[in-house]
Ligand binder design. Structure first.
Ligand code: ATP
Length: 366
């Protein structure tokens, strides 16, 4: 049996700035991605027929078959390289999920990135990082960042990704919500909130359910993530073109979490809170328990809290779990590496080497 396993990280957006929707309904974004040490694993095995198995966190709500982002990535790779790249008529894909589904952590995109590097290795396709990134961009906006990992600036739909200078390791507590949010629904809510806020007079005030949690940084129209399409079909937005937050980039270079915490921003936060108002309590609990910063991750509903250090993260995780403001919590560090092959065929020879989680290596030449 010939099988390759890749490990792929979740992400949080340290900045997520959303411009107005374009004619195609997509929003122009400026975002700062940060990969977290919360990993899915994708194993691909040569087989006679295609198959897919998904296990772990939220597995029941993950589509099996061609709609799965990992399957789409494999199809895009075969398309790019040619059908001759496949060693056998079929491919068995196994996904072990630890990244919650539809949680704003880009788990599906991560699995797509994992499938790309795993198949590149399994089939000895030899695509460079750049070539894989081109295939990734055809699969989805966050897939390129799933390949790269670390901390990176994303432009366009979040698919034009450049590594960012960032020092140190950050300690995060993730509060997983009891429920999911659809990314298009959150972008549509963001457009609605902005249109309402732009209307003059009392009608221009947001409805109570639409208000962001106290302490949210207001949508700058220049801050935000993931190739957002609201389905609004090009309805005029009120946001200015997004811009990179230079103070946040300087904080990342300093490596000081106390500098970074207050600068976290997410233009989608008010929209996510409007759709799931109990996130307000989650964000408030993080602040009460001393988080340096707290934010809805991407389109939500996961909330990410920045801690001073590992000990503070453990205390914060216990406090949030005890406060009953979320389904469960996880304490994780960032930045984490992008999609990494962690095991290769026993007969893999020169194509790879066996490795544990520390011995993993990114595939493709940078
Ligand atoms: P986005 O990347 O759009 O912000 P998200 O991070 O909130 O999304 P994901 O976990 O990526 O959420 O899942 C979004 C949707 O993608 C799910 O509702 C699911 O139907 C679909 N999906 C397809 N493939 C996968 C996969 N391998 N893992 C998880 N979800 C998948």
């Amino acid at each position: 049996m010939t099988a390759v396993t890749a490990r792929v990280p979740a992400k949080v957006n340290l900045q997520l700035s959303v411009g107005p929707p374009g004619a195609d309904g997509y929003h122009d974004l400026v975002t700062v991605f940060h990969a977290l040490a919360l990993f899915d694993e994708v194993t691909v095995t040569s087989a006679d027929t295609d198959s897919m198995v998904v296990t772990g966190e939220g597995a029941r709500s993950v589509p099996l078959g061609p709609d799965n982002l990992a399957a789409r990535a494999v199809a895009a790779l075969v398309d790019a390289v040619g059908p001759g790249v496949r060693e056998t008529p079929g491919l068995a894909i196994e996904i072990r999920k630890r990244i919650p589904v539809a949680a704003g952590l880009a788990g599906g995109s991560a699995d797509a990135a994992g499938a790309l590097v795993a198949c590149n290795e399994l089939w000895g396709a030899g695509l460079s990082h750049q070539e894989l990134a081109e295939v990734a961009a055809r699969v989805g906006s966050d897939v390129g960042f799933g390949l790269l990992g670390g901390t990176a600036v994303g432009l366009g739909r979040g698919d034009r990704v450049t590594p960012a200078l960032a020092a140190g390791t950050y300690h995060w507590v993730l509060a997983f919500a009891d429920g999911q949010l659809s990314t298009p629904a959150v972008y549509a809510a963001c457009d609605r909130l902005r249109a309402r806020a732009a209307r003059p007079g009392p009608g221009g005030q947001p409805a109570p359910g639409d208000r962001a949690a106290p302490g949210d940084r207001p949508g700058s129209g220049g801050r935000a993530a993931s190739g957002g399409r609201s389905g609004a079909g090009g309805r005029a937005g009120t946001a200015a073109p997004p811009q990179l937050d230079t103070a946040l980039m300087a904080a990342l270079r300093s490596g000081d979490p106390a500098e970074l915490g207050p600068l976290l921003s997410n233009d989608l936060q008010a929209a996510a809170v409007s759709l799931l108002p109990r996130l307000r309590q989650t964000l408030a609990a993080g602040r009460e328990h001393g988080a340096l910063g707290g934010i809805v991750s991407g389109s939500g509903p996961t909330c990410a809290f920045l801690a001073r250090d590992g000990a503070h993260a453990r205390d914060l995780a216990v406090a949030l779990a005890g406060a009953g403001v979320c389904r469960t919590v996880a304490s994780v560090t960032g930045p984490a590496p992008g999609a990494t092959v962690i095991s290769v065929p026993a007969d893999g020879g020169p194509r790879g080497r066996l490795g544990g989680s520390e011995a993993g290596r990114p595939v493709g030449r940078p």
